[in-house]
Design a protein around this ligand. Structure first.
Ligand SMILES: NC(=O)c1ccc[n+]([C@@H]2O[C@H](COP(=O)([O-])OP(=O)(O)OC[C@H]3O[C@@H](n4cnc5c(N)ncnc54)[C@H](OP(=O)(O)O)[C@@H]3O)[C@@H](O)[C@H]2O)c1
Length: 325
């Protein structure tokens, strides 16, 4: 395993972060693993040296946090960097179960800590921007969580660049703990973040941990056989995101060709592309397979030339924004 320093947090993290959205028997996502199956993936990831794990209060409505917390009781907890998140309502109709008010943050953070079975979350992120709550209120509540020792560092997921800039300016002005990590939608088939967000992160020393690094599987198999896996046959976001738009089909074709030429899988080549992007610290991989975890680790050793990178990138055309909702 390779490790890197997660931006200005100074924490050591594996260059692959394990995505927690695949764990915990979800009533709405048929492809999510039950507890025993999830445990096997998490333990295998740990055996491979992965110490960076991403979850959220919303993943399987808290089950993902509970299972991850339970598995980690068998290990030296201090070695791991756990991310969790707040924003999405756990119960749609229940007031104050979502958003980024002080009330929602304090309630949800306590619930996440309890499910994870820990006193402090290493990295706590806003899952989206909350238009209903002034950023000063959110940042003050998050800063208090840090002062109280419940959270170590803060991050944000999929905001617009101007919103992150606004948040950084506000935390600086008020002397509050800033967002130090951006978790955003970025992969070979969705590169809109290169326009504003990634240069901003670079400029401000914000670590970048892309979600859906394989475009939910679009970059892991030929476009004509996306529905050949269990998740592929039911995951509506695989089809609703703009992966096939712009030059998407051609990118998929080129990933197939170059992967074959290099004797690696499409998923490995697509991950290798991300590992070559300097602004990426650690992609967050979603998998339900121990073999695919092994593949991801092997992808860290794949070397791509400048002309390989250009060949893969060339067909990309701007597409509608996706993943901010
Ligand atoms: N902050 C946010 O708003 C946000 C949004 C989405 C996701 N996330 C985070 O990002 C994580 C990953 O996202 P994701 O699952 O949507 O995207 P992903 O990692 O891009 O795609 C996962 C898909 O790729 C397949 N795959 C993985 N490795 C493979 C391999 N070596 N060969 C073939 N197929 C492979 C998986 O199939 P198998 O299961 O068969 O391996 C699965 O169908 C989530 O778990 C979550 O932690 C965060």
């Amino acid at each position: 395993m390779q490790y890197t320093t997660l931006g200005s947090t100074g924490m050591d993290v594996s260059r692959i972060c394990l995505g927690g959205a695949s764990f915990g028997t979800s009533p709405v996502r048929e492809w999510v693993l039950d507890e025993e199956e999830s445990r096997e993936i998490i333990e295998h990831a740990i055996d491979l040296g992965i110490n960076f794990i991403d979850t959220s209060n919303i993943y399987s409505y808290g089950e993902s946090e509970r299972i991850i917390g339970d598995v980690l009781t068998e290990y030296n907890r201090d070695e791991f960097v756990i991310t969790s998140k707040v924003f999405r309502p756990l119960e749609e109709e229940t007031p104050n179960s979502g958003g980024l008010s002080r009330k929602a943050i304090e309630q949800e953070l306590d619930a996440s800590l309890e499910r994870l079975g820990i006193d402090t979350i290493d990295l706590y992120e806003i899952h989206r921007w909350d238009d209903q709550t002034p950023i000063e209120v959110t940042l003050n509540a998050l800063d208090d969580s840090v002062r109280r020792g419940k959270v170590r560092y803060l991050g944000a997921c999929s905001t617009r660049a101007y919103q992150l800039a606004n948040a950084l300016h506000t935390s600086d002005k008020l002397g509050l703990e800033p967002f130090r990590v951006m978790q955003n939608h970025y992969n070979l088939a969705y590169r809109e973040e290169e326009r504003e967000m990634l240069p901003l992160c670079d400029e401000e020393d914000i670590a970048v941990t892309p979600w859906s690094p394989l475009a939910r599987g679009f970059l892991a198999r030929p476009a004509r056989s996306l529905d050949s896996t269990k998740r592929g046959s039911v995951d509506s976001l695989l089809y609703n995101r703009p992966y096939r738009e712009g030059g998407g089909e051609e990118i998929n074709q080129r990933v197939q060709e170059l992967a074959q030429e290099k004797g690696v899988s499409m998923a490995q080549l697509s991950l290798a592309w991300l590992f070559h992007k300097e602004w990426v610290d650690a992609p967050i991989l979603g998998t339900t397979s121990v073999e695919h975890l092994d593949d991801a680790v092997e992808a860290l050793s794949i070397s791509l030339t400048r002309s390989d990178l250009e060949y893969l990138e060339e067909p990309y055309q701007p597409v509608r924004e996706s993943g901010l909702e």
